[in-house]
Write a protein that binds this ligand. Structure first.
Ligand code: 5AD
Ligand code: SF4
Length: 479
């Protein structure tokens, strides 16, 4: 779809937003209150960003956020399907909503969207077992929410609209940011890597990069609106821009973003080790704004398993990149994802993974038990690892990554470092919570006026995965 067609589609959606707004205004006049919505987001940052877009459309229509899911007029489930337990969670929730609907909230409307709905079997399950669901849509057409809601009002059956794929990128729809001072920014959609265990390429489609100029103008507008931190989002950011005409590289994009006044912190995720260029490490080493944190999924430390996973790198290559990151960018936190129990994984393979953990000393690691996903090559592989063996390996890995994470995360104790304050502390309202550039959480005494500010903090005490800090007042500052 070309630019003109995207523009036409945007106008079409604007039309439905207005129609729905009229309907909501009428309803509000009748009931004396605006309808409410509740969005439950499962899964990754990409889904969180999509939910902000959904919230933006609902806000334009005239819906307001509900404080509780059970009392909302419209509940949306933005689903994840990367592991089986994510799916089970959704069905559990839907069962709960059905009983709420019957007991106390008969007017409740329910939509299910996101990655899980890109799988035809799951849509079929919703259709058969959860017929009270009003709307089902996928990852490619979230911008159509207003149109689907319009159809929900006029059609007396489940509205299902799932696209198999798309080359469409609809820009400039409204979005409501969860935080006023930081924002995710999509730089690309989809994935072409087809790691053999992963369902993402099937549910998010082929890789599509956004135009550099569009990304930069979005970030400039965010900066003008008070955003100081951006998180660039893509399944494989290192291959950003390769298919654009003319091609642009991810390091070039980072250099451009670095020039934008007002943006103080730049984060990105996720990087694939196979595409990590020396040029990217140069940019990291010389940047003032790119955060001291690199998420570099390992998945396995065994060359044999990496090959079966279709990852296109070896243990040696991974160690070399991680070593170079640590050497060139002092203080950088390297974090990772690891899968345990991939088909055919032997104790020897597992020990190779443990060896990488010992050598890289990740500041933190997300550890996952392999979950077969229908339609992926790995789901058809032989030699599943027995459950007790997987559990034992998982526990050994988790204990080690947690121990190393604690040791590494405490290494800045006593130093004064900048913290971006994000929220009032959830446990103690006299405190606030923020993050170092390496992503470590810091709690400190202070009030809500600090939220969104980057302030110097003395890291008094490491508590393992977080610090208790103290605000350092600059000389001459009152109080
Ligand atoms: N089983 C277990 N973990 C998985 N991941 C992706 N697919 C699967 C699967 N089938 C993990 C990978 C990825 C992270 C987002 O989820 O480690 O990096
Ligand atoms: Fe999945 Fe691999 Fe793509 Fe990541 S790079 S989304 S693990 S296929």
């Amino acid at each position: 779809m070309g630019r003109e067609e995207s523009r036409a589609e945007r106008l079409r959606q604007q039309y439905y937003i207005e129609r729905m707004r009229d309907a909501v205004l009428e309803e509000t006049a009748e009931t004396g209150r605006a309808p409410t919505y509740y969005i439950e987001t499962l899964g990754c940052q990409m889904n969180a960003k999509d939910s902000e877009k959904l919230a933006g459309i609902l806000d334009e229509i005239g819906y307001v956020p509900a404080s509780l899911e059970d009392t909302a007029d419209f509940v949306l489930y933005n689903t994840c399907t990367v592991r089986e337990n994510a799916n089970l969670k959704v069905y559990g929730h839907l069962g709960h909503l059905n009983s709420v609907r019957k007991k106390s909230n008969p007017g409740m409307k329910i939509a299910v969207c996101g990655c899980m709905m890109q799988e035809p079997d799951e849509v079929q399950t919703v259709r058969e077992k959860y017929p009270f669901v009003n709307i089902v849509f996928g990852t490619h057409n979230i911008f159509k929410l207003a149109e689907l809601m319009y159809r929900m009002r006029t059609e007396d059956r489940m509205v299902i609209d799932v696209w198999e794929g798309t080359d469409e990128i609809i820009e400039d729809l409204p979005a409501i940011r969860k935080y006023p001072f930081k924002s995710g920014v999509n730089i690309m959609y989809g994935c072409n890597n087809f790691c053999s265990y992963c369902i993402v390429p099937y549910v998010r489609g082929r890789e599509r990069s956004r135009d550099r100029a569009d990304i930069l103008s979005e970030i400039r507008a965010l900066a003008e609106d008070g955003v100081v931190e951006v998180m660039l989002l893509g399944q494989n950011v290192n291959s950003y821009g390769k298919t654009l005409d003319p091609p642009v590289s991810f390091p070039e994009l980072l250099r451009d973003i670095e020039q934008i006044d007002g943006i103080e912190r730049i984060r990105f995720m996720t990087s694939h080790p196979k595409d990590l260029s020396p040029e990217l490490i140069d940019v990291l080493a010389s940047s003032r704004k790119i955060c001291n944190h690199f998420h570099l999924p390992l998945q396995s430390g065994s060359d044999r398993i990496l090959k079966a996973m279709n990852r296109h790198y070896t243990k040696e290559k991974y160690l070399q990149i991680a070593g170079e990151l640590r050497a060139r960018v002092p203080g950088i936190a390297v974090t990772t994802d690891i899968i345990v129990g991939f088909p055919g994984e032997t104790e020897e393979d597992f020990l190779e993974t443990m060896d990488v953990v010992e050598r890289v000393r990740f500041e933190s690691a997300f550890t996952f038990i392999y979950s077969p996903r229908t339609g992926t090559p790995a789901a058809k592989m032989e030699n599943p690892v027995p459950e007790e063996v997987v559990k034992d390996r998982f526990n050994r890995l988790l204990a080690r990554v947690q121990q190393i994470g604690q040791e590494e995360s405490g290494r800045d104790e006593g130093r004064v470092l900048p913290v971006l304050v994000e929220t009032v502390n959830h446990q103690d309202s006299r405190m606030v919570t923020g993050r170092l550039t390496n992503n470590t959480v810091v709690h400190l005494y202070g009030d809500a006026s600090l939220i969104g500010k980057i302030v110097p903090v003395r890291l008094r005490e490491s508590k393992g995965f977080y610090y208790i800090g103290e605000l350092c007042r600059r000389e001459g500052q009152a109080g």
